[in-house]
Design a protein around this ligand. Sequence first.
Ligand code: GLU
Length: 469
Amino acid sequence: MSPVRSRFAPSPTGFLHIGGARTALFAWLAARASGGQFVLRIEDTDRERSTPESVQAILDGMSWLGLDHDEGPFYQSQRFDRYRELVDQLLAEGKAYRCYCSKERLEALREEAMKAGEKPRYDGHCRDLTEAPEGIVPVIRFRNPDEGTVVFEDRVRGPIEVANSELDDLVIMRGDGTPTYNFAVVVDDMDMNINLVIRGDDHINNTPRQINIYKALGAEPPVFAHVPMILGDDGARLSKRHGAVGVMSWREQGYTPDALINYLARLGWSHGDDEVFSRQQLIELFRIDDVNRKPSRFDTEKLNWLNQHYLREGDRVPVLAELAWHLEQAGLKAEQGPPLDDLLAVQADRVETLVELVEQSRPFFEDFEQFEPGAAKKHLRPVAGEPLASLRERLAGLDDWTPDSLQAAVQATADALEIGFGKIGMPLRVALMGHGQSPGINHTLWLVGKERSLARIDQAIAWIQQRAG
Ligand code: GLU
């Protein structure tokens, strides 16, 4: 496989959304899989819609996902001289021309075509003007070939053929000197030696036009691969309604980068029936030709399942870093609780996201104000007083604060009092957590820690006494 030079070329007009992230991932994988390079280019020629915040959101999203680039980020807004230079070249060679048509004229053309049930297209009115009308700032149009066909082999969609008679002379530079997308993208992919263009299939109709521009510039077009769109769970095009917001909002919802990467890779690409792929495996196995040409459906359940998988079995370091971030978001201080590794080991089986994990772990980091009334009423009854007091004594003398010895201590207390484990387990749980939900009681004690456990048992005993008295 010869080294791929691919790129991700987002327009910074919003977040890095899930579709964009998947396109970026495929392009990144294609480069990594072949030992090639991945280029990041910000297509910010639309000065009105591009914002610095969106640029930042894209850079943040890419770096959070771990999709590192070898070159860039390049900004189209810094390359206007280059576009101008090549526009001048095309003008000089007669491959482009100035168009002075008014908005009204173009609008009338459009309406006429619509009425006739035809595709609106520019009629070439200014193609062969010999005199420039005065006082009008022209746009520059590309002189598309009249005859022949454009043929290319899309790596996802297969062979595509479009007759030049279907294509009109598109605007490549606006009156204000800014290039249009179809021109700038060709100049950049050419200058940056991109040999594989992976992008959303909303651009498939642009491709024949772009190929003609490559040829006019004397360049070899790259190979194209247009990936299908992503649909929501309900089969409709993925939109904000489906939570299709920025990648960083997936972070806020408690997904880990490795889980998302794995999930995104499987949105449209497959390798047998396997679902779980590490980054390294993806790099080894990914081939753009294996991308399915049918749209894929977003499946939140599968993402949740994968996320839990990565919480349980994924690479610890990135997961722990995310966990620390989430604690901070929740206003908790990592140093005031158990080692995060221990916390993760216990909680990962019980949750699907880091948000749930943190929410269910609050009492390991901070004291609670009061017992949840229902749980206290049910479990902190006078009959629980003795078991709690007896266990407290045993725990106070326990030096080895490990899940195994804690389990043994609770069991020994239950045995000594000849009561069932649950008779002590539930009151203890409420004493330690403030409510009735927690991991196994020995793990709960372990995570709460010795000093805090003893203090909380005291607090529960006091509560029981007060209630009795
Ligand atoms: N800036 C274009 C977009 O965001 C990129 C198209 C391309 O990759 O050629 O849709």
